[in-house]
Write a new protein. Structure first.
Length: 335
């Protein structure tokens, strides 16, 4: 769900009543499965078109939310809705919309590759500030760390771009083949959940939240990675867009688990092909080598689609409970 809000509505205690009413509306109208909410407003910043905030709804209660992290597919949905609401001009091929991500400070450019009446195809560019060191992706400054869980000790890479992620070698989970990774069931799911919780505690994050996210990674074809990740509350059908961005960037960092599996060397523009149980995607990573270290310029993911599932919804009752909500909301679908 995408909600247009006043630009001042950026404080959790102001947003929570609005979001709780939105979830009640969703449940009443048969959309209990919608667990991602994007909040959008026209940006007052001269370098950006839109301000965006992501909220992950937690399944245990209607007023349970995680305000950290981001969601690439929700960003696509937001751009589509913003065009429909005329927060930005009607999209045409080649148009670019600049977003400021309030959750984590990311700067994203969404480029329309193809547009249709109710949707389109897009490329998302995660643009880094000038002089951003590639090593800054590593949340501990180290390419790998060891985490202790009830199932054992695991070597993982902790990285953050788009969202914080824990990457673990699938072979350490007893998985030898790509097909086994995609067919893994509850036992591997629980093992990954243990690793995710251990990483959250290690990083000082709430173990009951959804961040950092976790993905098992392997490689059985030269120049390609395969990944399987956990969403809320089950396996992700593919890999989150932010997951593809973070995985590709982490594969550019020497010594990390994705870099070892890919056996590549980041210099110039590197293409990372990623296979998932639901299909494949590719990310481009731009790295410049300097004597003081590698600089990350941008990461881009193409071939992403979004379409409107419904037009503006009647949220007048909801809006009467929240001063910062407008009467505009959409339910987009992104893939």
């Amino acid at each position: 769900m995408v909600l247009e809000v006043d630009e001042a509505a950026n404080v959790e205690h102001e947003l929570r009543p609005l979001l709780t009413e939105a979830r009640r509306w969703l449940v009443r109208n048969g959309h209990r499965d919608v667990l991602k909410v994007a909040l959008v407003s026209a940006s007052p910043h001269p370098l950006f078109d839109l301000d965006y905030r992501f909220v992950q709804c937690l399944p245990e209660a209607l007023d349970a939310f995680d305000f950290r992290g981001s969601c690439g597919h929700s960003i696509l949905a937001t751009v589509l809705v913003a065009s429909d609401l005329r927060l930005v001009p009607r999209l045409a091929p080649g148009d670019r919309v600049r977003l400021r991500i309030l959750n984590n400070g990311d700067h994203i450019v969404c480029e329309a590759d193809e547009t249709r009446r109710l949707g389109g195809d897009f490329t998302l560019h995660f643009v880094q500030q000038e002089g951003t060191r590639l090593s800054r992706l590593l949340m501990t400054g180290q390419p790998v760390v060891k985490l202790s869980t009830p199932s054992g000790i695991y070597e993982v890479s902790l990285a953050s771009l788009g969202n914080p992620y824990v990457f673990v070698d699938a072979r350490d989970l007893g998985i030898a083949k790509q097909a086994e990774l995609f067919a893994a069931g509850a036992e591997v799911f629980d093992e990954l959940q243990q690793i995710r919780r251990a990483a959250a505690e290690f990083l000082g994050m709430p173990a009951t939240g959804v961040f950092p996210k976790v993905a098992a990674v392997t490689s059985h074809r030269q120049g390609r990675l395969a990944a399987r990740s956990i969403s809320v509350p089950t396996w992700h059908p593919t890999l989150a867009l932010t997951g593809a961005v973070c995985l590709a960037a982490t594969a550019s960092c020497p010594g990390t688990i994705p870099a070892r599996l890919l056996a590549g060397h980041a210099d110039g523009t590197m293409r990372v092909e990623i296979d998932t149980a639901g299909g494949s995607t590719a990310a481009l990573v731009k790295v410049e080598q300097e004597p003081a270290g590698a600089l990350l310029q941008w990461v881009s993911v193409s071939r992403k689609q979004a379409r409107l599932l419904s037009g503006p919804l009647d949220l007048s009752t909801l809006c009467s409970h929240a001063a910062h909500a407008s009467a505009a909301a959409h339910l987009p679908l992104t893939v």
